[in-house]
Design a protein around this ligand. Structure first.
Ligand SMILES: O=c1ccn([C@H]2C[C@H](O)[C@@H](CO)O2)c(=O)[nH]1
Ligand SMILES: [Zn+2]
Length: 131
């Protein structure tokens, strides 16, 4: 697939306006499709105690999990970056928990650049076992 799924990209783009970003002024949106076909959106939600900020992709994942979802098919992330946005390390670790290694993850920007990747590429050698 060369382009992200249109419905997911549109949802991610539309949700950007809901980002709560009084400190960075850097909105990020995410749209996550569950295997049941529901799309969950997320935005970054900042806090005056900066470390408490929740990224857009973690918001989408946690919302889906809290709704009872456990299986996912695709994720789109969008930001106002020059290059397709790169998820932070905390979000990559959360993705390891819930995504199959080859589930498509689309990194995009508001200028229309897109890259398809997956969590095995974004987080090689991840901590994923207690044994
Ligand atoms: O993939 C990313 C990268 C950054 N941010 C947020 C965190 C913070 O609110 C702002 C600047 O780092 O962007 C995300 O939500 N997702
Ligand atoms: Zn993050």
């Amino acid at each position: 697939m060369l382009e992200p799924p249109h419905d997911l990209l549109e949802k991610a783009r539309q949700t950007l306006k809901h980002a709560y970003v009084p400190y960075s002024h850097f909105p990020v949106g995410a749209a996550l499709k569950s295997s049941s076909g529901t799309i969950y959106t997320g935005v970054n939600i900042e806090n005056i105690s900066f470390g408490l900020t929740n990224c857009a992709e973690r918001t989408a994942i946690f919302t889906a999990i809290a709704s009872g979802e456990r299986e996912f098919d695709a994720l789109v992330i969008i930001g106002e970056t020059n290059e397709p946005i790169a998820p932070c390390g905390a979000c990559r670790q959360v993705m390891v928990e819930f995504f199959k290694p080859d589930m498509p993850i689309w990194l995009t920007n508001t200028a229309g650049k897109t890259v398809q990747t997956d969590i095995s590429q974004l987080m090689p050698g991840a901590f994923d076992s207690l044994t």
